[in-house]
Structure formats: C-alpha cells, structure tokens
Design a protein around this ligand. Structure first.
Ligand code: GDP
Length: 447
C-alpha cells in the first residue's frame, strides 16, 4: 500500500500523545519528522514534503483544538486534512459515454488497466469496449483479449496490422455500439521520440475526452520526467497508480500528479480484472492513517454478497440476518469473503482494525487464517446438506466420518463447529439490536 510506512510510524508518534490535551513544540517536531521520513522514503518529491510538513507544523501549533478534543485527535485531523489536500480530488469520471486513452511506459500496467477499467464501467451499467493499439509489445494483443473475455467486455485489436493509428480508427468503427471506449496504447522502455509521435497521432484520430497516465507505484523520481513529457504532448487529465498491492512506495506517482496538475482516478491492486478501485482521497488517507475505509469495505461486501447469491439463488443473505444462522450460511459467507480479496486488504478497511491491530499480528498470521479457511471449506464440502442446515446434529460419530472423508483432523472439525456457534451468537445479538444500538456501535467503530 502506498506510503504504508507513514501509517504505522505516525501511529507510533500519535500514541505517545495519548492523555495529553495540549501540544508542545517538541511533540509537533517529532510528528513532522516522522511524516518527512515516511514521505521521502516513499519517493515523494522533496519540495512537496517540505511544503506539507511546514503547514502541518504551523497549523498544529497555531490552531486551537475545538473544546474537548485531545491533542492526538487534533493532530490526526490536521495531518488527515493536509494529506487529503496534497493528494487532491479524485479525477472526475462521469458515468456517461466517453473515450479514455491510456498512456505510459511499457510494463506500467496499461493493458491490464484497460481491461480493469472496462470491467469497472460495465459494473456501473455502461457498455465499454477496449481498443488495443499496442503493436510494439508481442503478446499485448492476446493478453488484452483474454482479460476482456474474462471481464465480459467488448474488445478490438488486430494482430495482423502493424499500424496503431489504423487499428485505432478501425477499432472505433468496429465498437461503435459501445458507450465507453478505452484505448490502450504502446509503451517503450524509455520515452523515445517515436513513442511520443505515435501517441500524438493516435490521439488526433481518437480524440479522447480524457488521457490517463498509468504509473507503476514503485516508480521513483523518474515519474516526474515521464509525467512532464506525456503532459506536454497529449495533456494528462488523470493518473492510474498500479501495483499498489506489491509496494510500500507510490510517492513518485504523487509527484506526477502534482507535476501534471492532474489527479488520481483509479488504483490497481492486483493482476485480475476486479483488482481496481476508484480513488477516493478521504477513504484512501483514512486507511493510510489506520482510520479504516467504510465506503470501500461496504462496496466490496455488497459486491461479494451479490455475486455469491447469484451463484446460488436458494441462498438469501437477508434471511440469514433474520432467521437462524446455519453452517450453510457460514459456507456462503466464506465464499463471499474469498471474493472480497486478500484478507489484509480487507482488514485495512475496517476502522480501528487496519494498521494498529494488524501491525501487531505476526507476519504469518494472515497465512494461518487463509489455511484455516481452506480447511473449513474442505470440511464443509464433506458434510451432508442436512448437517450443514443443522450443525447441532453433528455428534462424535459424524465428526469421525467427516474427518475421514475430508482428510482433516477431528480437532479442526470441532474448531469449525465452535466458530459457527460463535458467529451464530453474534448474529443473534445483531438481530436483537435496535437501530439506536447499531448506530452507537458504528460510531464506536469509527472512532
Ligand atoms: P503494459 O506494458 O503497460 O501494458 O503493462 P501490463 O498491463 O502488461 O502489466 C505489466 C505486468 O504488471 C503484468 O505482468 C501485469 O500482470 C502486472 N500488473 C499490472 N497491474 C498490476 C497490479 O495492479 N498489481 C500487480 N500485482 N500486478 C500488476
């Protein structure tokens, strides 16, 4: 995750402020130093870092915390606002017909992003098409075609044609039924004149509404030059940062946003078509600071639940929340959780859970949890429908049979049953809660 270190190191300094109601100069100095260290090691441009830390320092010392606010919350709020200010608004992506062209160096993730963005638009109810004009990189055509098939979106490319401008022209014609056109272009290892000439020519044919620069999160200071050059030739209106699942950097991309006076539109979080998120500065910074991101979380949960339900129409999550909670419900929930993506990303979005608590878990804790989920799945596959619906019927002899059938030891089966009992109780508590209780709990979580 971009600037991941910032979240954890900052929390350390902030925790030292617990119990204090006023800040002194030393406190502020220490926090500002942490911020500088993290931002610089994440490759954010030095002058940006200095501007940011100056304003945090001034505000933290001069602004009077509102009555009842602790020193810690006061600083956290200022850091939050300043970081949101640095990153700026998300690129405006209207949900209507439009053409978006992607630019960037080879390997930055353009082809992957084109299919991911098309998938994103299709989930918003629009009909997208990807036009693949990369004739330079062998394999780009097949890769794009396969990903678009997986995303179930229209695709145009021509492996027999070596003129990208011609492909762009033919592509627009062939996909004229689509509402959103995403045009993928070729990259090179470096910014060469012919790359710039080619992209300018494609642009004049395609006439995009928006040009987006695709940047690998791991890119360092090189981002500045790339951003400047692409901006001069075609004008960059938005940035996509890719591979955020694999790096703690990402500061180079922030520098590029600043350099082109543009904004971030999307984040790439993995290699499959669903691994894309719309960039939301508030949620992003909240997550970074360990304050969670409820909006992304609820979107992911909703998507995963409805996908799981679509696969099995007999299962209704609403019923689960109202009636009894069976092992079958638990099985479906686990399927839905698998669809939500890697557990550590999901935990980051839960207020109070990301960062702080997660950092204290041993490194392999996530793997253990994943292994445990896998064992539970195998066990549930070995159970009969009757047992799934009535877990209380699973006594010692059934445990033995399930153990033999699933190849899992009896202890793990007992753990699964125990886990189910605990979840059942939690759900019962939810069911007996009034709206007021629920709101109080959400407020507590958001703190
Ligand atoms: P292009 O040359 O700019 O079109 O780049 P590609 O789309 O081919 O991406 C280059 C490599 O990065 C491929 O192996 C992709 O699978 C991988 N990739 C792209 N986006 C992401 C991402 O968000 N996360 C991860 N982990 N890998 C990515």
């Amino acid at each position: 995750m971009v600037l991941d270190n910032l979240g954890s190191s900052l929390r350390g300094s902030l925790d030292k402020l617990r119990g204090k109601s006023r800040l002194d100069e030393d406190d502020v100095q220490e926090i500002v130093k942490e911020i500088q260290r993290s931002l610089l090691s994440a490759d954010v441009d030095v002058s940006l870092v200095m501007d940011l830390s100056d304003s945090i320092k001034t505000r933290a010392l001069e602004e009077e915390p509102p009555g009842g606010t602790s020193a810690r919350d006061h600083v956290l709020k200022i850091v939050y606002e300043e970081l949101v200010g640095l990153i700026g608004e998300s690129t405006d992506i209207p949900l209507e017909s439009q053409t978006i062209m992607l630019a960037g160096l080879q390997g930055s993730g353009k082809t992957t992003t084109s299919a991911k963005m098309a998938w994103w638009f299709s989930k918003k109810g629009l009909r997208p098409a990807v036009i693949q004009t990369d004739t330079f990189r062998p394999g780009a055509y097949d890769q794009a075609k396969q990903m678009c098939e997986r995303a179930e979106v229209d695709f145009y490319g021509d492996p027999d044609c070596d003129d990208p401008v011609q492909i762009a022209r033919d592509g627009l014609e062939a996909t004229e039924d689509a509402e959103v056109h995403i045009v993928d272009t070729a990259g090179r290892h470096a910014l060469e004149d012919d790359l710039i000439a080619e992209i300018e020519e494609i642009e004049s044919v395609v006439q995009p509404d928006l040009n987006m620069l695709v940047l690998d999160a791991a890119i360092g200071q090189g981002a500045k030059e790339q951003a400047q050059q692409f901006d001069e030739s075609i004008g960059i209106g938005g940035v996509v940062i890719t591979k955020l699942d694999g790096t703690a950097k990402g500061g180079g991309a922030l520098t590029a946003v600043n350099e082109t006076d543009s904004s971030i539109g999307f984040l790439g979080m993995g290699e499959t078509v669903q691994d894309i998120e719309r960039f939301e500065p508030n949620g992003f910074i909240s997550r970074l600071l360990g304050m969670g991101d409820l909006k992304q979380l609820s979107e992911r949960v909703e998507r995963a639940m409805s996908e799981t339900q679509a696969e099995d129409e007999d299962w209704d999550p609403e019923e689960m929340m109202q009636g009894s909670f069976t092992l079958k419900d638990m099985q479906k929930q686990m399927e839905a959780m698998n669809k939500m993506g890697p557990l550590d990303q999901v935990l980051d979005m839960i207020p109070g859970f990301g960062g702080g608590i997660k950092d204290q878990l041993p490194d392999d804790a996530m793997d253990v949890t994943k292994d445990r989920m896998r064992s539970f799945e195998v066990i549930m596959d070995s159970m009969t429908e009757e047992e799934l619906e009535n877990p209380r019927k699973v006594g010692a002899s059934r445990v033995k049979r399930i153990s033999q059938g699933s190849g899992q030891d009896e202890e793990t089966i007992q753990e699964l049953l125990e886990q189910h009992r605990m979840m059942e109780q939690t759900i019962k508590q939810f069911q007996s809660m009034g709206d007021g209780d629920m709101q109080r709990m959400m407020k507590k979580l958001q703190k």
